[in-house]
Design a protein around this ligand. Structure first.
Ligand code: SF4
Length: 85
């Protein structure tokens, strides 16, 4: 998610973040209120070229909240439990 870039400089930002489709939307899609839908965020992720790198980043950095790489918090948690290749 590009919303988390405040602690990095432009030179540190990987390509998948600068081209992220979520940068063109509001964070409410990716970080909805409890019980809110994430279907629109997931739809955008499926069209985002950076999705594999984004998901890898989220798993590596143990991001707990929001949609990253097309997966919700619960889906990433399940992926961590079952392992990833
Ligand atoms: S995969 Fe989704 S969350 Fe990740 S950069 Fe793309 S649009 Fe944003």
């Amino acid at each position: 998610m590009t919303a988390m870039l405040s602690d990095t400089t432009a030179a540190d930002v990987p390509a998948w973040r600068t081209e992220a489709l979520c940068a063109q939307t509001g964070p409410e899609f990716f970080f909805p209120e409890p019980g809110g839908s994430v279907s629109e965020a997931k739809r955008l992720c499926m069209a985002c070229e950076g999705r594999p790198a984004c998901l890898e980043y989220a798993l590596t950095h143990d991001e707990r909240f929001g949609v990253w790489g097309g997966l919700s918090e619960k889906e990433r948690q399940q992926l961590r439990r079952t392992g990833r290749s």
